[in-house]
Design a protein around this ligand. Structure first.
Ligand code: AP5
Ligand code: ZN
Length: 213
């Protein structure tokens, strides 16, 4: 399966991805996670991406396209993948379509996490993540067993630098201006399915399972 998860910051892409990945043995490619790892490791990619990310703006198309181009060639992604946070511009979408066409495949489903902006601030400001694994928690909606500690490794949780109300406004603006046209692009191809992303996580999971069954 070749699936895209699309939706605004905090809509639940990263929460649903691990479940999908397990059930369908897919590779999970999250450009945001990959970029954050590069920033943490201070690679040249990370140093280039850092400023835009902290401002809540998109990183250049060339950078993220190169990351994805390399990733989808991996043998582990041969069976299929979940793209989380990519494509985010029409240029990225067109490039992805061309890459897949070259390999004789295409995007099969675009899961559109439909949700109102007003719900997202509480989700974003309450999120805590385990940076090594990408696992995320929420102080109210998905609290860890011990506050501030990852359930599985016992390591401390952190908050993302861009997870504050101020930067969220820029991220939402980028979503509406640059990423909504990506959804329209795939609506034109007849592959978009809308999810009720305001519902609790298990209900969203059930909707996805129905679509992918
Ligand atoms: P990225 O990491 O992709 O961030 P994002 O799109 O803003 O999405 P989030 O990770 O914030 O949201 P999510 O949907 O994964 O939410 P989650 O499931 O964790 O990108 C970050 C930056 O990198 C961008 O701003 C840009 O600079 C750059 N970048 C990345 N990709 C790029 C690209 N392709 N091109 C250019 N630049 C790029 O949920 C959020 C919280 O809510 C959690 O605490 C969770 O526990 C809770 N929650 C989840 N679901 C529910 C629910 N149903 N009910 C209640 N609570 C819930
Ligand atoms: Zn995410």
């Amino acid at each position: 399966k070749r699936i895209i998860l699309v939706g605004p910051p905090g809509c639940g892409k990263g929460t649903q991805s691990p479940i999908l990945k397990e059930e369908h043995c897919l590779c999970h490619l999250a450009t945001g996670d990959m970029l954050r790892a590069a920033v943490a490791a201070k690679t040249s990619l990370g140093l280039t991406a850092k400023e835009a990310m902290e401002k809540g703006e998109l990183v250049s198309d060339d950078l993220v396209i190169a990351i994805i181009e390399e990733a989808i060639k991996r043998p582990s992604c041969e069976k299929g993948f979940i793209l989380d946070g990519f494509p985010r511009t029409v240029t990225q979408a067109e490039k992805l379509d061309a890459m897949l066409q070259q390999r004789g495949t295409k995007v099969e489903k675009v899961l559109n996490f439909d949700i109102e902006d007003s719900i997202l601030e509480e989700r974003i400001t309450g999120r805590w993540i385990h940076s090594a694994s990408g696992r995320s928690y929420h102080t109210k909606f998905a609290p860890p067993k011990v506050p501030g500690i990852d359930d599985i490794t016992g390591e401390p949780l952190i908050q993302r630098k861009d997870d504050n109300a101020d930067v969220l406004r820029s991220r939402l603006e980028a979503f509406h201006k640059q990423t909504q046209p990506v959804i329209d692009h795939y609506i034109g191809k007849g592959v978009v399915v809308n999810l009720h992303a305001e519902k609790p996580p298990p209900e969203v999971t059930a909707e996805i399972q129905k679509v992918l069954a």
